[in-house]
Design a protein around this ligand. Structure first.
Ligand code: CA
Length: 399
């Protein structure tokens, strides 16, 4: 429905969803609604086929046409009264059927206020801070019984006379629409409905579904589904409007944020324990490696983490790795882990001893070779193997 005179800026604070369902027992749907912010309205038609739906459609058209530009509940009430006249006029002109009529519950939400006007038993509820309150007072026989304390609100729901409406559009020209304005807060959820909802499920159930549905669409769909599951005896129309921020979505977000926070704390805990463990391992680890061609003692583990070495050089010894066996040198290149600095030092000492032994051996071998070498030319060398009679070899001289 196009109503351009309703200012676009009023949509910014609202999210909404509306739907009507024929139900499970009625052959046609006599309900009508409008959901063009800041105006939302539900009309529940009566009078049978080609009457109820015509009455409710005329009412909605007239309310849209006559709704004020500003927040004015009296003017909104006048729009409903004009809708009543439009229905009576239509009957006079042969449109629809005599006796057709409807309820009308209309609200306009602008900034921090909601104007309400209504006739009949279609309802407006407000969900605020986790509690559902009914904003409108039904114009019905059972509501009068409730007011008189003769039955409870829940008994009214199933009372045999529950469909008797004491005030409706289409019955007489002298109709008065209740109207008032209430404050609206960020996070409020407004629900309009025809009695096809509240006659099928309790207000407690409506509250429960409204509280646990994150979005207006989900809320609308779940309320209608619940009415159908309860029997769907009547047409059911639901309009859900969230003001600025849906409280339930906020609650979901908070729960999610809490879960995320707990997750982060857990991850942080694991990282701290891992960091302590790593630090413990590093501070109790030593290894031998090579630095500038010398055997070196390192504190830490021979690895890097995100570009940082997990070790530090504590001592570069005088041991030249070229003097060590190939296998030892290879092991040093990869790092030889030791239990302590003392053990590392002791291994270095063993290398020194090893080199001394090797040097001694080499020297002895050289000496032996030198002693065995004759001091003559190549021609005599064949004889050098033979024992010298004089024993005056060059090697002998050298020694
Ligand atoms: Ca109805």
């Amino acid at each position: 429905m196009d109503i351009p005179r309703l200012k676009k800026k009023h949509q910014d604070q609202l999210t909404w969803f509306a739907r009507t369902d024929v139900g499970l027992q009625r052959p046609h749907n006599e309900d009508s609604y409008v959901d063009v912010p800041p105006l939302f309205a539900v009309c529940d038609g009566m009078g049978g086929h080609e009457a109820g739906e015509i009455a409710s459609a005329i009412a909605i058209d007239t309310i849209v046409e006559q709704a004020p530009d500003t927040l004015d509940d009296e003017a909104l009430g006048k729009a409903i009264e004009a809708a009543n006249m439009a229905i009576l006029t239509a009957v006079e002109q042969g449109v629809g059927k005599a006796g057709m009529g409807c309820t009308a519950t209309a609200v306009m939400i602008i900034d921090e206020k909601m104007a309400v006007a209504h006739v009949g038993d279609s309802r407006c509820y407000l969900l605020r801070a986790g509690s559902l309150v009914r904003v409108t007072h039904d114009h019905s026989y059972v509501e009068e019984l409730v007011d008189a304390g003769e039955i409870t609100a829940d008994e009214a729901r199933t009372h045999p006379a529950r469909s008797i409406i004491t005030r409706a559009l289409g019955s007489e020209s002298d109709l008065y629409a209740d109207h008032f304005t209430i404050d609206i807060e960020k996070g409020d959820r407004v629900i309009l409905c025809s009695d096809g909802l509240n006659s099928m499920i309790s207000d407690e159930f409506i509250e429960d579904l409204a509280l646990t549905s994150p979005t207006p669409k989900e809320c609308t769909d779940r309320l209608i589904a619940a009415a159908l599951a309860a029997g769907g005896h009547d047409n059911v129309t639901v309009v859900v409007v969230d003001v600025e921020r849906d409280v339930v979505a906020e609650l979901h977000d908070r729960i999610f944020a809490r879960g995320l926070r707990r997750g982060l704390v857990a991850v942080l805990g694991v990282l701290i324990v891992a960091a302590f463990a790593l630090n413990f391992i590093i501070s109790n680890s030593w290894f031998l490696g090579i630095d500038s061609g010398r055997v070196a003692i390192y504190h830490g583990i021979n690895a890097s983490f995100i570009g940082r070495d997990l070790y530090e050089l504590v001592e570069r010894t005088e041991v030249d790795v070229r003097k060590l066996p190939d296998a030892t040198r290879k092991s040093l290149e990869e790092g030889i882990a030791t239990a302590s600095r003392e053990e590392a030092r002791s291994t270095v000492d063993s290398y020194v001893s090893q080199i001394v032994v090797e040097n001694t051996k080499t020297a002895e071998t050289a000496d032996a070779a030198a002693n065995a070498k004759p001091d003559t030319g190549a021609a005599e060398s064949k004889d050098s193997a033979k024992p010298s009679s004089g024993g005056d070899t060059k090697g002998g001289d050298a020694s």
